[in-house]
Design a protein around this ligand. Structure first.
Ligand code: G6P
Length: 439
């Protein structure tokens, strides 16, 4: 039986990951067709990735038909899964999201603060357009959205497109499970974490190893020792004993932006002045990755790819596709509709939560009311995300302004306008929905 995966943003340096993930699961998830799609400006990269993917498939000795194309509609024909990993405006746009806020003394990050807002503004309309194509061409396909900001993009598709089969994925919960396994010196397969929250704003409530509650032990270790569990793209400052003891929750590495704002900002401004921001680092990394990928003798995913922040994301995306395809009913952490799982949030918003994955998609597991320590910030972040999505769709200046104001990393009357106007101007080529820029 044909089983087709279409990868939007196939020329991404991350693609060897997903190819490896598919090949690893071939026995249970026997993909027959992979289509790699990219835009014209990504054509050269697509060719290099296509040739490497072909060598990887041959090395694994699997009979998978691989196509590389710039024609998205053609690539969607017959797709069962559509994985999305795009960056609208490329790394140059990311550099602006990072540099402009930093130049005004605000956190400059690709998915948080003002930068994250603008990544959403550029990306949401493109994903909505893709979702309509999926709906018309392969209506039964699941969109597995890895495109950032993954939570907001997923919610935008659910709210504003005709296609409802979309699931958002992120490698952060996966990384947290692996880090906890290292802390406890056990294998990651034995670890279960009860996650609660939003994408890049998720907390671990309870931690189990082989069914035993070991939350306290992990939190004590985190409070007592300097443990680094940040992905490659985030500086690790560690957590104070007081914070961990008082919160009694496992934070994710992105929480440093919110709870250690001043320290992160100092470090990021220093890096920005000395060596540039993460976008520049990633550009250099990409250049050397593509040098490696070009080598006709390379036929596996090179280890160097692990220097990217989303290393291993494909394990998340491919396990999800495998569980849907095989109706596994196992538990995975995804971005999906709340539907009452967190009673403090609206049913129709997207949360990041453990869900039972079956052929019908994810069913979120109820996690009860939010702990009072984080209830306020999660409700505020969700309200902020809703404004961002609204502004991304309508291009309304007031929505865009209030989303800046509501974001804890901006939250300043004049600063919001300064950042908004400068970023609108810097990204105008990718923001056709914003007609009137200033008032
Ligand atoms: C993290 C996040 C991803 C993000 C990535 C950036 O792991 O979870 O959402 O895309 O880092 O990594 P990069 O190597 O591009 O800085």
């Amino acid at each position: 039986m044909p089983l087709k995966v279409t990868i939007i943003g196939g020329g991404s340096s991350y693609t060897p990951e997903i190819i490896e993930g598919i090949l690893k699961r071939y026995d249970s998830f026997p993909v027959t067709d992979i289509a790699l799609v990219d835009v014209e400006s990504g054509q050269k990269k697509l060719k290099i990735i296509g040739e490497l993917a072909d060598r990887m498939i041959k090395k694994a000795d699997k009979s998978i038909n691989l196509t590389c194309t710039l024609d998205r509609k053609e690539a969607l024909e017959g797709a069962d899964f559509v994985s999305t990993q795009i960056r609208v405006g490329g790394l140059d746009a990311r550099a602006k999201d990072e540099r402009i806020p930093l130049s005004h003394g605000y956190i400059g990050q690709e998915t948080n603060g003002a930068g994250g807002i603008f990544k959403a503004f550029r990306t949401i309309p493109v994903l909505l357009d893709l979702a309509e194509d999926v709906h018309n061409i392969c209506p039964n396909a699941w969109i597995i959205n890895f495109t950032n900001p993954a939570g907001m993009v997923t919610e935008a598709v659910l709210r504003h497109s005709s296609h409802k089969k979309v699931i958002g994925v992120c490698n952060i919960p996966f990384n947290m499970r692996h880090s906890v396994a290292e802390i406890l010196e056990v294998s990651a397969e034995t670890i279960k974490i009860e996650f609660v929250g939003l994408n890049h704003f998720v907390f671990g409530k309870k931690i189990y190893a082989d069914g035993m509650d070991r939350t306290q032990e992990v939190l004590d270790k985190l409070a007592d020792e300097e443990l680094d569990y940040s992905p490659a793209n985030i500086v690790n400052l560690g957590w104070s004993k007081t914070f961990i003891k008082a919160m009694n929750l496992l934070p994710n590495p992105y929480h440093q932006y919110y709870f250690q704002t001043r320290e992160v900002l100092e470090k990021d401004i220093q890096a920005f002045k000395e060596n540039g921001t993460r976008a520049e680092e990633v550009k250099a990394l990409e250049r050397s990755l593509f040098e490696l990928y070009r080598n006709p003798d390379l036929n596996v995913k090179p280890r160097e790819l692990e220097q990217r922040g989303s290393a291993f994301y494909s394990d998340v995306a491919c396990s999800l596709m495998d569980s849907i395809y095989n109706n596994k009913e196992d538990i995975q952490t995804v971005n999906t509709l709340n539907n009452g799982a967190i009673p403090d949030l609206p049913d129709d918003c997207v949360i990041e939560v453990n869900s039972i994955i079956s052929k019908h998609g994810p069913r979120p597991i109820a996690s009860g009311p939010l702990p009072s320590t984080i209830k306020g910030s999660i409700i505020q972040m969700k309200a902020f995300e809703k404004l961002v999505i609204q502004a991304a769709v309508t291009g309304d200046y007031s929505d865009a302004y209030t989303s800046m104001l509501m974001n804890p990393l901006v939250a300043d009357e004049k600063g919001s306008k300064i950042l908004l106007d400068e970023l609108l101007e810097a990204h105008k080529a990718y923001l056709p929905q914003f007609k009137v820029n200033h008032y």
